[in-house]
Design a binder for this molecule. Sequence first.
Ligand code: AP5
Length: 220
Amino acid sequence: MNIILLGPPGAGKGTQATRLQNERGMVQLSTGDMLREAVAKGTPVGLQAKAVMESGGLVSDDIVSGIIGERLDRPDTDKGVIFDGFPRTRAQAEALDGLLGERGRKLDHVIEIAVDEDALVDRITGRYTCAKCGEGYHDRYKQPKADGVCDRCAGTEFKRRPDDNAETVRTRMAEYRAKTAPILPYYEARGLVSRVDGMAEIDAVYAAILAILDGGPAAR
Ligand code: AP5
């Protein structure tokens, strides 16, 4: 099964995709994570992407579609993929159709995580991750069970993203409204879109996503 999680910055795409990967064996493909890795390694893609990401704008369609295409050629993606943060433009949505079609695969669901934008700045500016395993936390909504110790790997170092500040978040939201939300009708026309309430608690959002995956079209 191949699915897209769609929603503005801070909607919970990464949180839910990580859980689906851990519990359902699907593979999370986050273009944001891939680009951050490229920036950290100083690759040519990373050098092009760095300033754009720090400003909150979108990296070029060719770059992100290219990295997704390369990743889809790895055999682990046969188990099913969760696209997290991709596609973000109509051109990327069309590129994804081509990439899947060339590999004899198809999209099964596009799940929109609907949220109240006013809550997102708070969610994003409070977010941090384990520096060792990448597990995500939040100052108020998801703290480690033992203070300062990662639940998953017992790491004790944590980090915050450079683009997780209030000003950049507003640019990212504007980009979402202008370029990403308009791709929903592209998928609605094919009957692929389901919505979940992203303002519910993390476990409830996950349960709603599972109901869609396990219930098929009737859950829409
Ligand atoms: P990317 O990394 O994709 O960032 P984003 O879309 O802005 O999304 P976030 O990672 O900020 O949010 P999320 O929805 O994953 O929320 P999370 O689960 O962490 O992209 C970064 C940049 O890379 C872009 O700005 C762009 O420059 C570039 N880029 C990436 N992909 C691209 C593409 N395809 N094309 C062009 N450019 C691209 O949750 C947030 C916080 O809230 C967490 O702390 C979490 O614990 C908490 N939380 C989650 N769910 C809930 C809940 N239900 N209740 C309470 N708290 C919750």
